[in-house]
Design a protein around this ligand. Structure first.
Ligand code: FMN
Length: 298
């Protein structure tokens, strides 16, 4: 059975933070969603210490084989999440991973401690990489900042800490090594790649924030290379993501050393994508096993 940092999973396919609103999905699909949930663990949208309204519209812009977003982490804040969302997310039939971001180590540590204390939470993902919020960039671009953050957070909980790496740095593997030295249990990658677009109708930036983060199939080769380089550098578990829309895509990440994979943008096109990718992946892995030669990576 697949597992991530000791958490047993029914399949190797989880969701990417911020790309599947399980509470909204349940209100649309009803309790049937619980009988056939598309992911083997649920990662929440990133929460911050205080409520955030998010960025000005427009927040989404379609690009060739992908999309740009500048959502800007709208969320209810720690207290609102703990009081309102966590009890509802705890009703999902899968382990819950809560994504957290803060602008100071003290705030980060407080959020980790408060969230980890809740028995409903299986693990915590630390968002040090969101390209829409300046404070997130600094830590995730820098190995020693990342190491120091982990050193501050590690004493707050024994639950697994997963560091969500930013791809917007020259050396993501060095940042992963910093996370490992600081005591992280896993890294997840990639977050969105910084990008922008101009609305041809108006000649001004298409996104209200001026720029955003690119995701979807267009980023997959970049994500695969970063997973390969991170795997070569650290022994941590890896959650691989970036443009996965089929089982064959997911198999590429696993072949390069990802422990499990996450589906993001594809869920906007197909809300059942998680289940489909998991089923296709099983077929892909079975047929790979029965048809040599194996994929050589060196
Ligand atoms: C609309 C949208 C919102 C996102 N929100 C978050 C977020 O709150 N926290 C986070 O760590 N990543 C966030 N991401 C990044 C995804 O989790 C994922 O790392 C990225 O989109 C690459 O995977 P994909 O190409 O499969 O979408 C968001 C991505 C999108 C498209």
């Amino acid at each position: 059975m697949p597992e991530l940092c000791g958490i047993e999973l029914s399949t190797p396919v989880i969701n990417a933070s911020g790309t599947y609103d399980a509470i909204a999905a349940r209100s649309v699909f009803g309790d049937e969603l619980l009988d056939d949930f598309p992911f083997s663990a649920f990662v929440s949208k990133t929460i911050t210490p205080e409520p955030r309204a998010g960025n000005a519209p427009r927040r989404i812009w379609e690009t060739p084989s992908g999309m740009l977003n500048s959502i800007g982490l709208p969320n209810k804040g720690l207290e609102g999440f703990l009081a309102e969302d966590l009890p509802r997310l705890a009703e999902l039939p899968v382990p819950l991973i809560v994504s957290i971001m803060a602008t100071t180590r003290e705030d980060f540590a407080n959020c980790v401690e408060r969230v980890a204390r809740r028995p409903e939470v299986a693990a915590i993902e630390l968002n040090v990489s969101c390209p829409n919020v300046h404070s997130g960039l600094i830590v995730g671009e820098n190995p020693s900042e990342t190491e120091a953050l982990l050193e501050a957070l590690r004493p707050q909980t024994e639950k697994p800490l997963i560091v969500k790496l930013t791809p917007n740095t020259a050396a993501p593997a060095a940042v992963a090594a910093g996370a490992e030295r600081g005591g992280a249990d896993a890294v997840s990658l990639i977050n969105t790649l910084k990008g922008t677009a101009v609305d041809p109708a108006s000649g001004v930036p298409a996104l209200g924030n001026g720029y955003g983060g690119l995701s979807g199939p267009a980023v997959r080769p970049v994500a695969l290379e970063q997973v390969r380089s991170v795997r070569a550098r650290v022994g941590l578990s890896i959650v691989g993501m970036g443009g996965i829309s089929s089982g064959a895509d997911a198999a590429e990440f696993l072949a390069l050393g990802a422990t499990v994979v996450a589906v993001g943008t594809e869920s906007f096109r197909d809300p059942r994508a998680g289940s489909r990718v998991a089923a296709e992946l099983e077929c892909t892995l079975l047929s790979e096993r029965s048809s040599a030669p194996a994929l050589h990576l060196d």
